[in-house]
Design a protein around this ligand. Structure first.
Ligand code: FAD
Length: 399
């Protein structure tokens, strides 16, 4: 039987894979996407906060937005709240968001195969062979591709071969989230706010917890580095949810709670983003901001870079992969590595959170500059950042 072939094979139809698929297919590149789930996005566990301008940047319908959130509320370990205005940011749910992105990729001409679990990727002459299990029929299938984009998220098992990275496992976080459905709306401020809380768990590890509002529920969750057994994790989340309830919905009755958990990556970006004609995107490449867990933007942007690299070097997939890795590193590596260092610095002395949040809440110029990508920063942004970093460094060293 003749082996099936395609120009681009994508593993994973999250924001990274779906963006790559949509933009490559739109340019006429024959694209096949494999996703292990039956319905894309339905099992994704995420707070689904989106940075300002996301829909415009990636040409998505505004209908995926649940709430506009111009307010970021940062809570230090003592529970003090610091208000930072931005954006506005947005919230969505991953079933709607990923489902829409997948639909747009298919409309652009990509072929999406669901219930297709990638098993193995290996070199095959001048191409790459991808083996996957068709979960409907139980059969094992293979596709030969000129280029491969691996975007399977935090569960990407890449311990062997060119992408192996000894630091990967240290960056994995355990998370648990409740979708809390109420019999009446919570306090109005809840629907304009993204809340992020930083405090020590019973065993001293740092918990990052959140409350992100949705049209019909509040997403309340937390994560911490490493593993924690299910009961202890639920106890931590129950304590946190109780604190949120007291502030945001003291009089509402809880109609339903949906519990969901997943791995979150919050460590160093991978050392390599490409190997021969195989590119690594999104969270599989370690592109998550360690301070707040944001990775959707980075994932979508990596998908765009992969498509653009292929469009620019269509005759030479290896050159495309090299170009892709260079662009991705130039755009994200420095900031994301800095965020890992910042997070570790804050964790070392929890009093430092309050000092940083205080500065952020007092200076819009500082918080705006911090949220911009490196290439977007003006000279003024850089001066604001240096001045604030110096001030923070001084105050933090006495904390
Ligand atoms: C609890 C939690 C909260 C978060 N909150 C936010 C937030 O508010 N804002 C934000 O920006 N980011 C957030 N993130 C991070 C965000 O979810 C990720 O950064 C983002 O989803 C990465 O996109 P991706 O396309 O790289 O991977 P994913 O979205 O993880 O998609 C990977 C896809 O690959 C598929 N797949 C995996 N393995 C295989 C395989 N072997 N074969 C075939 N298919 C496979 C999966 O089914 C999935 O569809 C959060 C993460 C967690 C866990």
């Amino acid at each position: 039987m003749k082996l099936e072939e395609t120009e681009l094979l994508i593993v994973g139809c999250g924001p990274s894979g779906a963006t790559a698929a949509r933009e490559a297919a739109r340019a006429g590149i024959a694209t096949v996407v494999l996703d292990k789930d039956a319905v894309v996005g339905q099992k994704r566990v995420c707070a689904a906060g989106l940075r300002p301008g996301f829909c415009e940047e990636f040409d998505l319908p505004r209908a995926v937005v649940h709430c506009d959130t111009p307010r970021l509320a940062l809570f230090d370990p003592a529970g003090h709240e610091y208000e930072v205005m931005f954006g506005p940011g947005h919230t969505s749910t991953r079933e709607e968001f990923d489902g829409t992105m997948a639909r747009l990729a298919v409309e652009a001409g990509a072929e999406l195969r669901t219930q297709a679990l990638m098993r193995e990727v290996r070199r095959d002459g001048d191409a790459t062979l991808v083996e996957y299990a068709d979960l409907r029929s139980g059969e094992r299938r293979s596709i030969r591709a000129r280029s491969v984009f691996l975007a399977q998220g935090a569960t990407a098992k890449l311990e062997r071969g060119g992408f192996a990275d000894a630091r990967w496992n240290d960056g994995l976080m355990t998370t648990l989230q409740y979708r809390v459905y109420l019999d009446r709306p919570a306090a109005a401020v809840a629907y304009r706010t993204l809340e992020l809380h930083y405090y020590p768990a019973a065993d001293g590890r740092t918990i990052v917890a959140w409350m992100f509002p949705k049209r019909d529920h509040l997403a309340i969750g937390l994560g911490l580095t490493g593993k924690l057994d299910g009961r202890a994790l639920r106890a931590e989340l129950d304590r946190f949810t109780e604190r949120v309830r007291g502030r945001l919905y003291p009089d509402a009755a809880v109609v339903r709670v949906k519990e969901e958990g997943h791995l979150l990556y919050g460590g160093w970006p991978r050392a390599r983003f490409a190997d021969e004609a195989v590119m690594l995107g999104g969270t599989a490449a370690g592109l998550v901001d360690a301070t707040n867990g944001e990775g959707i933007y980075e994932a979508a942007m990596s998908g765009r870079f992969a498509a653009e690299a292929l469009i620019g070097h269509r005759e030479n997939p290896r050159a495309a992969a090299v170009r892709y890795a260079e662009r991705l590193a130039a755009r994200f590596k420095r900031r994301l590595e800095h965020r890992v260092r910042l997070m570790r610095y804050l964790e070392a002395k929890p009093a430092r959170y309050a000092l940083l949040f205080d500065q952020l809440s007092r200076s819009r110029a500082f918080s705006d500059a911090l949220q911009r990508e490196d290439h977007e920063r003006t000279l003024r942004d850089r001066l604001v950042l240096y001045a604030n970093a110096a001030r923070f460094g001084m105050r933090a060293s006495f904390a």
